[in-house]
Design a binder for this molecule. Structure first.
Ligand SMILES: C[S@@+](CC[C@H](N)C(=O)[O-])C[C@H]1O[C@@H](n2cnc3c(N)ncnc32)[C@H](O)[C@@H]1O
Length: 248
């Protein structure tokens, strides 16, 4: 059995690499998690990508996503438990519904190397030892790359470092001295609590027809970001945003 983790970009049907398009076409069966969050539009985005870039001669198996206990007190353990449960659910499907001569595909939002659990879950399936396969990772355009392109940004200052973090960790990273920061996974605009002078380059639902972009001094543009965030959510039923913060 062969398994392929394919980065499909952050939402736009054209934001895939040629290698990803070839990889999609090589897949016999896609395993897709059924997140049951009612965000039908995210499923529609994936289907649109497959319609546009494949001949449609594949199967889809929807795998129920294990429930997640979102307890902030045990965040790391809780994520590890969830990965283990996911690995078990995929293992069952691979054993019962996929032939050994087939190629299995996972559609990975953006790029598999950034805040995505698919590589970890696939490694766990292999560690369990009940299914054997080779797997490869096909890179995708990440939301960070699309953000930088839309704002025509170089993410680093000349010769300087860049921190990539989450909304949850932003304050800690700023306290530790980070001053050029990409923030992801921030459902509540954690940057609103920052003191001092910062500039922001923000983008939501990048790659979709309802993409929103705002840039400027943080304190001045926060109201515009809040409005644009609500607009993006209203347009599609979901909002994902990423931003670069730079001090000064
Ligand atoms: C679970 S992470 C997945 C990141 C993904 N692997 C990538 O390379 O972009 C989800 C976060 O990615 C960012 N994101 C994903 N898609 C986005 C989009 N279309 N526009 C803006 N941000 C996006 C948001 O910060 C979101 O909270």
């Amino acid at each position: 059995m062969r398994v392929r983790l394919i980065g499909i970009g952050p939402g736009g049907p054209d934001d895939l690499t040629v290698a990803a398009v070839h990889a999609l076409e090589s897949v016999d069966v896609f395993l897709v998690p059924d997140k049951k969050r009612g965000v039908d539009d995210l499923v529609a985005v994936r289907e649109q990508i497959l319609r546009r870039h494949t001949s449609g001669s594949h199967r889809m198996i929807v795998v129920p996503d294990p429930p997640r206990d979102r307890n902030p007190e045990r965040y790391g353990d809780e994520v590890r438990d969830w990965h283990a449960a996911r690995a078990e659910a995929y293992e069952t499907v691979l054993l019962e519904q996929v032939r050994e001569d087939e190629t299995v595909g996972f559609l990975v939002w953006g790029d598999p190397s950034l805040y995505d659990s698919t590589i970890r879950v696939v490694e766990r399936i292999l560690d369990r030892g009940r299914v054997r396969f080779d797997y490869d990772v096909v890179p995708g355009v990440s939301s960070v790359q699309l953000l930088a392109a839309r704002h025509r940004l170089v993410l680093n200052t000349i010769g300087g470092p860049i921190t990539v973090t989450t909304g949850r960790r932003l304050m800690q990273d700023v306290a530790a001295g980070a001053s050029n920061i990409v923030v992801m996974l921030d459902g509540g605009l954690a940057c609103a609590d920052l003191d001092g002078a910062w500039n922001i380059w923000w983008g939501a639902n990048l790659g979709t027809d309802d993409e929103e972009l705002v840039a400027g001094p943080l304190a001045e543009v926060l109201p515009a970001i809040r409005e644009a965030r609500a607009r993006a959510k209203g347009a599609r039923g979901w909002v994902m945003d990423t931003y670069l913060l730079r001090r000064g």
